[in-house]
Ligand binder design. Structure first.
Ligand SMILES: [Zn+2]
Length: 431
């Protein structure tokens, strides 16, 4: 049973446009419905259509003139990395990693971890993201506990990919079982790293993920030097490539390796702003799309610096046009909106529950105001969501039917307090 089962009914009335992301429900590939209502009951989407009759106790929210779509799925992030925002701003991947990630992680205790994660989670939520997939580095149990508590307190839906080195692999099962799976909005994943010197690590993690029946989550071929490890071969030899494998970045990959990844049904996550920030390269996303691979969009934590999926969608569209000298390159605005919602849900194996406004799915829904200086007048709203949309256009966010943002403000959250908490934590970590 969902923790939100007590949530009453809410009717979103008369949206100018509902982009359901379900072609069976409306027009075009994104299933658009003009002047439509969305009914949510007990955290579930129960009806979508014109002039719905709500149950007598339903709360009716007038969304006239506004756009309604599924909450974004950030398919790859590291929420703790608000701890390193703005740092290492001219460093490449391994320079940034050493100066920021490796330096910060051992210094972050449970209390500071709570503040960093809570800040990023609120930023992510206010930007219209309702699900995050977080690849979490090796942490002690109390720090993991604070991490999960902070995400849970934010109200985000989350997949938590726990990592540990082999001697501590038992801790992965413990964290996932005791902290993540006990939470109604939490899903367990196993995180791994792939290197030529330690193939036994990825083999053990893959085995654990298989035992638990969860996603195996890893970074692959992000930096050009990662080719030295021949990681795709290591994955094949370790029996770690299958439809429950989620691969982040996948930039420096050959055609033959793409055939292998696609042939084994693995899913990928594109993180364009992170790749641009660190100068790591451009994911061959069109080649993956042609091979029918499932593709999600991700923020990648502090290598992006923000939780703004509008910015990542715009970057994904622009980046591939710029490098291919082709303004119709994949992904176009429709395709990137799909990638940021259903694409991510499919990539993480959650498309039966989230990713579209389809009756029966969880009520993860956002409302966007197009009558704004940066957005109006109406031309092509799908393109405008990608080219003009900003987090401040998101007026309302529902996760599992619970209203987490109302009229442009986060509910039950004091942003000034979160900022003060993170500032104090950063002072302690970066003394
Ligand atoms: Zn990452």
């Amino acid at each position: 049973m969902s923790a939100s089962a007590h949530v009453g009914a809410t009717l979103l009335r008369d949206a100018a446009l509902v982009l359901t992301m379900d072609p069976a429900l409306g027009e075009g590939p994104l299933g658009g419905l003009e002047h439509a209502d969305v009914l949510m009951e007990s955290g579930t989407i129960t009806e979508v259509g014109a002039a719905l009759r709500p149950p007598p106790d339903a709360k009716v929210v007038d969304v006239g003139g506004r756009l309604v779509l599924p909450g974004f799925v950030d398919a790859h992030t590291h929420l703790w990395q608000s701890a390193i925002r703005g740092r290492g701003s001219t460093l490449g991947f391994y320079g940034w990693f050493g100066a920021c990630v490796w330096t910060a992680v051992p210094r972050i205790g449970p209390e500071d971890m709570y503040h960093f994660v809570r800040l990023s989670a609120a930023d992510t939520l206010q930007s219209g993201t309702t699900t995050v997939v977080d690849w979490v580095p090796a942490l002690d149990y109390p720090v993991s506990e604070a991490y999960v508590e902070a995400v849970a307190d934010s109200g985000l839906r989350f997949a938590y990919a726990a990592y540990q080195e082999l001697p501590d692999i038992e801790l992965v099962s413990k964290v996932l079982r005791d902290l993540v799976e006990s939470h109604a909005l939490g899903t367990a994943q196993v995180a791994t790293c792939v290197t030529r010197e330690e193939p036994e690590r990825v083999r053990a993690h893959a085995e654990l993920a298989r035992e638990l029946g969860v996603v195996l989550n890893l970074h692959l071929l992000e930096d050009p030097t990662d080719r030295l490890d021949d990681p795709v071969s290591v994955l094949v030899e370790s029996d770690a490539l299958h439809p429950n494998t989620l691969l982040n970045h996948v930039i420096h990959v050959t055609e033959a390796e793409l055939d292998t990844l696609a042939g084994n049904g693995a899913a990928v996550v594109h993180c364009p702003l992170s790749n641009m920030r660190l100068g790591t390269g451009v994911m061959p996303v069109e080649k993956m799309h042609r091979r029918g691979m499932r593709i999600g969009l991700g923020q990648d934590g502090g290598a992006n610096d923000s939780g703004d999926m509008f910015a990542s969608m715009k970057a994904a569209v622009g980046l591939h046009r710029a490098v291919s000298l082709n303004a119709s390159a994949y992904p176009d605005p429709e395709q990137v909106l799909y990638m940021a919602t259903m694409g991510g849900a499919r990539a993480i194996g959650e498309s039966e529950r989230i990713g579209s406004i389809t009756p029966g799915k969880r009520a993860d829904v956002i409302v966007v105001e197009p009558r704004a200086l940066n957005f109006a007048p109406r031309g092509d709203w799908t393109a405008q969501l990608v080219f003009n949309g900003r987090p401040e256009n998101v007026t309302d966010v529902f996760v599992d039917g619970v209203r987490r943002k109302r009229g442009g403000e986060l509910t039950g959250t004091d942003p000034a307090r979160l900022v003060a908490g993170a500032e104090a934590a950063a002072r302690r970590v970066w003394l």
